[in-house]
Ligand binder design. Sequence first.
Ligand SMILES: [Zn+2]
Ligand SMILES: [Zn+2]
Length: 237
Amino acid sequence: MNYELLKRKLLNVLFPIDCAGCGKEDEWLCQDCLLKLPLGRKADCFFCEKENQSGMTCPACAANHNLDGVFVCADYSDRIVSGLIKKLKYSFARELGEVLAEIACRYWKKIADEDRFGKLSPQKFIITPIPLHKKRYNWRGFNQAEIIARYFADRQNFAYQDALVRVKHKTPQARLGGAERRENIAGCFAAHGENLTGKKILLIDDVATTGSTLDEAARVLKSAGASKVWGLVIAKG
Ligand SMILES: [Zn+2]
Ligand SMILES: [Zn+2]
């Protein structure tokens, strides 16, 4: 038996494929449970959580942040959502990224129907994932943010660009507190590829906690000329 097949079989034992909602076999999330999943309801400033119409960063927080706003698709306290995100991180099952992207597509339709974009003209967004460092990428075999980003861009007809690279490999953010996270992530990204002057970027990640990774990525993209940088995450947790 080759190594890949062995790994696959082992992972199937550790992470059997069944619906995170109802347990039905052979699917990570069945259609019924996907349709029932509660989507993000309120829009607020990601940093201070003051409510507003679109999810933009409020003027007070904008003074010391680079991100113009964040779309949060679902609720991390929902056990299906947090379960899928954890499984994507640890199970090496890349199809899970597409399940999460499907949640993002449903959320996007909902906020479009509710006319939440205002003057944002979201059709001009270029989709960019938060990159992984090569070392981590090689270990996991894929970047979960990239899988979500590519699927989302494809389904929504957005342009896609790998506009960032990760130039430093650091301790995973999850083990750190707020101020340490900001320090830890500083200098980790560099702009990459085509000219970004005047471009509007939608940065994709699976989950954001304090927003320091997205904010640092936004800083780098704006230094490279991007005019607006928003984030889209499946959940805040
Ligand atoms: Zn189900
Ligand atoms: Zn704020």
